[in-house]
Design a binder for this molecule. Structure first.
Ligand code: NAG
Ligand code: NAG
Ligand code: NAG
Ligand code: NAG
Ligand code: NAG
Length: 944
């Protein structure tokens, strides 16, 4: 899953995902997947008029897969998809739904009918069933004449790329019972101004308008309320904003399925929903709903599925669940049990305990409670009657700090046999939960951060033989990993962040992803790894104690995309012949090992590379000329090696996607090529501690990034950056959003280019220890995000620009040992940087915090608010230690503006994140919280 989300993301797949947005969680989902079988009239010949109409219809269609090839001969009642009335021979049914589905996209696409819809269909006067779904009528409007097929009862035009307006004439179809217009072209069917035409459908039972833009229909609910027969309503992703809190009288009391997911409601959940006592499925996922779950929802005793995930609902659920557990469902064949089968409350702000009464919902199959603020203890009682439970998902946030505990007896035998179990930050340990060995139907198991500090029981693998997805990361599992024969379909195995030791557990299997990083595994990588793991796509062994050389047999792993061996004790040279067939390798991270020698020329074949990190090794040689083949490269880190020679001028031209270039601490020399400025996405430029000479390219200020494109699933690539004098390995979530220029400790001369002040996102800038002359650019105050500015040990002269004082986030400043002169500016943030040493060695500077008084000093008292300890931190251990530190540091500035930007950016991105990759939901959230913060910072600086 992780893998495909990145590697196979193509336009086509993107399309699928758009489709899935409107499918997720709807109860008619299965119904959609199953193609409806076509009826054939066996005995009657159809009329000549109708036959001609069908032929004309066919003639105007393009049918790439030949689905209509049976449409020859006299008896059209025998044609595929055509159904006739047994008594009269009239054509009553036309079912041209695409028999293939998105899961086989190529076949699906091939089987889509295209072209024009001929009005000859008007001759099918008895047509009552017309299904054109899952075809491709791109650029075609929904034909108006459909409104004249007055016998129509069933009309399905969903997923068929129709565009334009929904013809109000459809409202003439007074017998219509089923109207499905879900998910047509993207952007959706153009905005209808009104839904008044719905009044023409007194018999309508099913209305599907997912993905139709209804922003211009604020009173949509009243339009719907004229449909007394309605059983099923789908209005997902319609841009609806208003969900009235009251409604005078409800006409659609028979409603059984209601899907309003992914709209923009930001009200509380209306009480009137609980009057819809026939509801079986209610989906409000992905809105901004606030407030509590109404206790009256406990009246919804027929409810089988309740999806409220991804909202801002708060409060507890005890009363609601207690109420539900008292339900007796009259319509259920299982006697008087509560009928609830699926509950999704994930990603809200619900709090309090999870009530024991949930254990009485004996029909429950799926329980999703992730990402809320639960606390308390889950015991056997919570699961007492959950004999049917198949899926339990409780990802808690790390901040919840194990407030939720699963405390069951060591010999507990659960009443259920789960298929899918996901627990994160729910404390289960310290001993390994032996009850897991009763769960022999499990296919997916994730126990992350569960506080288990035990060995892995030998019997575990055998007792859960069907698991294809294993994640036991971030516990304190210790000892060796027992040998295990994975079943052939197992694809995911993650034991990262534990204390496991011994040889690497790389056993023969079809696994695609293996994470053993951040443990204490030792010894070499098996020489025959290429034969052991033929399907491998992702391998992360970073931060262990792995020794010896990189085995040649890696070269057999033709599907390998991520190879991450960072921070081990690998030695020897890079194998010269390994790389030729690894054409799908996206990430190669060998940093922090003891690898020496050249970068072998066979690495030129790694044409897909997006991230290459070889830093902190003993590699040497000139900047490899074949790197120019890496046209997709986003991140290149050769820092702390022994590379030498000049930087090639093609760098700018050949690596157009480069975001991060780190060559720090090598022996590079010569000019910084002007062509570097062609790297229009460059975000991080670290050339420090080399021997570069000449001037800083004037054009550097044109560097500007849009948005990082790379998203690497679970892999948090790292980059070491120096901020505030401390080098620290930053994770991807941070690096992705960071702008930094470090050219310190070279032989650069000339002036600081004015243009550098145009990189308004710049957070760190270090030009110290060069021979730079001239003045500090006056517009330095444009760098509103700047946190760290070091210009020390140069030959700069002139005054310190007053604009420096407007840099609100500046927490490190060093201007020492230059020839600066005049009065040190006074201003908010500068007053907190009151350590004289940051100005020392500039004999002509005067004013506070220096003891030298300026001649015209007006003796203004210097206010030093509580910021005096900022610099103290500097020399201590602080620096920026972690992402959360960063967040908390700037949080103070932004609290007030949270709301302003939130809706701007987050809305769409969060949604996309949600539907794109559940697997990495949390990573995504972190990224977007970060985006949110940056956005707020921008707003803040605009306000100034
Ligand atoms: C459909 O095909 C017929 C020939 O059978 C042609 O006369 C007619 O103009 C076409 N209709 C449309 C809408 O293209
Ligand atoms: C028509 O015939 C088919 C096949 O014999 C049968 O399944 C269907 O029920 C009949 N329909 C009517 C309306 O009699
Ligand atoms: C209920 O439906 C009927 C029939 O369509 C309509 O006349 C009436 O106005 C509707 N009631 C409300 C409150 O909309
Ligand atoms: C739950 O959160 C609300 C605020 O949303 C708070 O008032 C209440 O005390 C919390 N309840 C518990 C049990 O933590
Ligand atoms: C729930 O389980 C208990 C025992 O665990 C049993 O006595 C009771 O009958 C069950 N109730 C239902 C409604 O299944």
């Amino acid at each position: 899953m992780v893998i495909s989300s990145h590697i196979f993301m193509s336009t086509l797949h993107h399309l699928i995902l758009i489709f899935f947005i409107s499918l997720l969680g709807t109860s008619s989902y299965l119904q959609l997947i199953k193609p409806i079988s076509c009826t054939k009239g066996p005995t009657f010949k159809c009329s000549e008029v109708e036959r001609a109409a069908l032929l004309s219809f066919k003639y105007n269609l393009t049918d790439p897969s030949g689905r209509l090839s049976s449409w020859v001969g006299e008896d059209c009642c025998n044609w595929l998809g055509v159904g006739c009335n047994n008594n009269t021979g009239n054509v009553v049914k036309l079912d041209l739904r695409n028999p293939s589905y998105f899961d086989d996209f190529d076949q699906y696409n091939k089987s889509r009918l295209r072209g024009k819809i001929s009005s000859s269909l008007l001759d099918l006067k008895h047509l009552s069933y017309f299904d054109l779904s899952l075809n491709n009528f791109n650029g075609t409007n929904i034909p108006k004449f459909l409104g004249s097929l007055e016998n129509l009862r069933y009309l399905n035009l969903s997923f068929s790329m129709f565009s334009g307006v929904i013809p109000p004439h459809l409202g003439n179809l007074s017998r219509l019972q089923h109207l499905d217009l879900n998910s047509n072209s993207d952007p959706a069917l153009s905005q209808p101004e009104s839904l008044e035409w719905l009044v023409g459908f007194p018999s309508l039972k099913y209305l599907g308008m997912d993905n139709v833009n209804l922003e211009k229909v604020p009173d949509w609910l009243h339009a719907i309320n004229v449909l007394p027969s309605l059983r099923e309503l789908h209005l997902a992703v319609c841009g609806l904003v208003s969900l009235p809190s009251s409604i005078s009288s409800i006409n659609f009391t028979l409603l059984s399925v209601l899907d309003l997911s992914s709209n923009d409601f930001s009200t509380s959940i209306p009480q009137w929903l609980s009057h819809l006592t026939n509801l079986r499925s209610l989906n409000l996922v992905g809105n901004n709903l606030i407030g509590k779950i109404p206790n009256s929802f406990a009246n919804l005793c027929n409810l089988q599925a309740l999806y409220l995930g991804w909202n801002n609902i708060n409060g507890g659920i005890t009363e609601f669940v207690d109420g539900l557990s008292q339900c007796s469902n009259s319509s259920s064949e299982d006697g008087n049990l509560p009928s609830m089968q699926e509950i999704d409350l994930s990603l809200n702000q619900l709090n309090g305990t999870i009530p024991e009464s949930i254990g009485k919902l004996s029909m429950l199959v799926s329980l999703e409670l992730s990402e809320n603020s639960w606390e308390g203890v889950l015991t056997e009682a919570h699961f007492q009657n959950l004999t049917r439970l198949k899926s339990l998902s409780l990802y808690m946030e790390s901040s919840a700090n194990w407030k939720l505990v699963l405390n069951v007896k060591q010999d507990w035998v659960p009443p259920f046999k789960l298929i899918d179990l996901q627990l994160t930050y729910v404390r289960i340990g310290p001993t390994f939960p032996t009850w897991l060995t009763t769960q022999n139907e499990l296919t997916s198991l994730s126990l992350e951060n569960a506080g288990i500090s035990d060995t892995i029981p030998h019997g575990l693998w055998k007792s859960c033989p069907n698991v294809t997805f294993w994640r036991l990361s971030s516990n304190k599992l210790r000892g060796q990993v027992p040998y295990f024969e994975f079943q052939p379909s197992a694809y995911y195995f993650d034991l990262s962040f534990n204390n496991l030791e011994g040889p690497l557990p790389l056993f023969h299997s079809n696994l695609r992803l293996i994470r053993l990083d951040n443990n204490m595994f030792s010894g070499p990588i098996p020489k025959n790894i290429g034969e052991l793991l033929p399907k491998l796509q992702v391998l992360d062994l970073s931060s262990n104690s792995i020794t010896d050389r990189i085995p040649h047999s890696f070269g057999m792993l033709k599907n390998l995309s991520f190879l991450i061996l960072r921070n081990n004790s690998l030695s020897g040279k890079l194998p010269p012949l390994l790389w030729k067939d690894l054409q799908w390798l996206l990430i190669l991270d060998l940093a922090e090992n003891n690898i020496s020698g050249n970068v072998p020329s066979s690495m030129q074949y790694l044409r897909s590379l997006e991230v290459l990190s070889l830093s902190q090794n003993h590699l040497d040689g000139e900047f490899p000329s074949f790197f120019r083949n890496y046209s997709n490269l986003q991140s290149l880190d050769l820092g702390r090696n022994k590379f030498f020679g000049k930087l090639p001028t093609w760098l700018g031209e050949s690596l157009p996607h480069l975001l991060r270039l780190r060559l720090r601490s090598n022996f590079f020399q010569g000019d910084i090529p002007q062509q570097l400025c062609l790297l229009s996405h460059l975000q991080i430029l670290d050339l420090a501690h080399n021997d570069f000479s000449g001037v800083i390219p004037q054009c550097l200020g044109s560097l500007r990034s849009n948005e990082s494109e790379g998203y690497y699933g679970g892999y948090d690539y790292q980059m070491f950056l120096v901020s505030k004098g401390i080098e620290y390995g930053y994770g991807q979530t941070f690096v992705d959003l960071l702008y930094s220029i470090d050219l310190s400790s070279n032989n650069l001369s000339g002036e600081i280019p004015d243009n550098i002040t145009c990189i308004s996102e710049l957070v760190f800038m270090n030009l110290s220890m060069n021979h730079l002359t001239g003045r500090i650019p006056n517009r330095i105050g444009n760098l509103q995000m700047l946190q760290s500015l070091d210009l020390s040990m140069n030959e700069l002269y002139g005054p310190i620009p007053q604009s420096l004082s407007s840099l609100n986030f500046l927490s490190l400043l060093n201007l020492s040992f230059n020839n600066l002169s005049g009065k040190i500016p006074i201003g908010d943030q500068l007053q907190t940087l009151n350590d004289a040493s940051i100005y020392e060695g500039n004999s002509l500077l005067c004013g506070l915090p220096l003891s030298t008084k300026c001649l015209e000093d007006e003796t203004k008292p210097m206010v030093t608010p509580n910021g005096g300890n900022r610099v103290a931190n500097e020399n201590g251990s602080a620096g920026i230690k972690s992402f959360s530190f960063y967040i908390s540091m700037i949080a103070g500035f932004i609290v007030g503006f949270w709301g302003v930007c939130g809706t701007l950016i987050i809305k769409t991105s969060w949604r996309q994140a949600y539907f794109r990759s559940f697997d990495n939901l949390k990573d995504k959230i972190v990224v977007f919280v970060m985006v949110k913060i940056v956005c707020l910072l921008r707003k803040e600086s605009e306000r100034k």
